[in-house]
Design a protein around this ligand. Structure first.
Ligand SMILES: [Zn+2]
Ligand SMILES: [Zn+2]
Length: 370
């Protein structure tokens, strides 16, 4: 009897583990899209060299575990709560230490800084800079000009931050309009840490800014995002011509991004739709014998659990009109086509993909019956 109980417990245990483990491995996985590599990047992170809690080498190790292609460590230039314990006259130190740690590893480390101002303009990140020390400028416009002169890509951090905007409603001020007009502001965080902003997405669309999503991590990625137990950090997916620092910058400047956040994909449809099309493909489609029920196997090679809504006139034999295509696996659906057809246009609305506030792309899969 005792052995039976142990066996039963072991089976229950195995089942729980199997359920959790089969689809979400730690490295973040998304396929390339036609013409571009899909690079996973986190451009906003802190260390003890500003108000973070870890040494820069830990940021590199976390990124390698998460399978990232690029990171930027963006310590605050001005806000330095640890300066008495860790005096460092050179604001490039966290970058240098991370760069050294990443040597001979498959990770690009981009030099960056967080320019820390009250609203407006609020906080911004300047990445691809040459020398962080030269950004120690109190005038808000002058600091952006210096960053631009260094070749920076500059984005607006957490425009929805309730410490600066108690309503959480991101909105553009005259200062931001001026910066955008002068070519001194190129992107905006639509996701920061555990927050998401429909208003920031709308600002990105209205002002032609690049959509960015970042962890803004201060502690540990694992603790903040429930990794490796199914959670993941927010990342910006950059669609780049090649995997290089220059390739990432070119992709950012040309707004070729999507944001992966809390099992949600956010981005312009011209990149989000191909990303979903490459992620989910029809593996097979056959009629079950003597029936007009079409068995369609959908293979998902991405880390997203896609939540789909049936937009066809058909009803399904296994699912209601809303169903999930799980990450990194094959999901079978059964379509009742009433008569046997040579093919079906499977039109699905992707509920956990966002192309504009409250807007989800509808994608058609051309299913050919074998
Ligand atoms: Zn900030
Ligand atoms: Zn920050």
């Amino acid at each position: 009897m005792r052995y039976l109980i142990i066996l039963a417990l072991a089976l229950i245990n195995f089942h729980l583990f199997a359920q959790h483990d089969h689809d979400h491995k730690r490295p973040i996985v998304f396929p390339d899209i036609p013409g571009y590599k899909t690079l996973k990047c986190d451009f906003h992170q802190h260390t003890v060299f500003s108000d973070g809690s870890v040494w820069p080498n830990i940021r590199v190790q976390e990124a390698l575990k998460d399978g990232l292609d690029a990171i930027s460590i963006t310590d605050h230039i001005e806000y330095q709560p640890h300066i008495d314990d860790i005096p460092h006259p050179d604001r490039n130190r966290s970058y240098q230490i991370a760069k050294e740690e990443a040597k001979n590893k498959d990770l690009i480390v981009i030099r960056g800084s967080e320019v820390t101002r009250s609203m407006p303009p609020g906080h911004t990140n300047a990445i691809f800079i040459q020398d962080a020390n030269k950004l120690f400028i109190s005038d808000s416009i002058a600091v952006f000009k210096e960053a631009k002169d260094q070749g920076a890509f500059i984005f607006w951090n957490h425009p929805n931050w309730t410490a600066q905007i108690p309503s959480g409603m991101a909105s553009v001020t005259e200062t931001h309009k001026h910066l955008i007009k002068e070519g001194l502001l190129h992107g905006i965080e639509v996701v920061n840490d555990v927050t998401y902003s429909d208003e920031a997405i709308q600002i990105a669309l209205d002002y032609n800014l690049t959509m960015i999503g970042t962890s803004d991590i201060h502690g540990l990625i694992d603790w903040q995002y429930h990794v490796p137990h199914g959670g993941h950090r927010p990342v910006t997916l950059v669609f780049a011509k090649d995997k290089s620092e220059a390739g990432i910058k070119e992709g950012l400047v040309n707004r070729r991004t999507a944001v992966w956040f809390n099992n949600t994909l956010i981005g312009r449809p011209e990149y989000l739709v191909p990303l979903i099309e490459q992620s989910v493909t029809v593996a097979s489609a056959t009629y079950k014998s003597k029936t007009s029920v079409l068995l369609v196997s959908l293979e998902n090679v991405s880390d997203a659990d896609f939540i789909m809504e049936n937009m066809t006139d058909y009803t399904f034999h296994r699912n209601a009109d809303v169903f999930t295509i799980e990450a990194n696996t094959i999901t079978d659906i059964e379509i009742k086509t009433i008569e046997k057809l040579e093919g079906v246009k499977l039109k699905l609305k992707v509920l956990n993909a966002v192309t504009a506030p409250k807007t989800h792309p509808e994608i058609i899969w051309d299913v050919k019956v074998e």
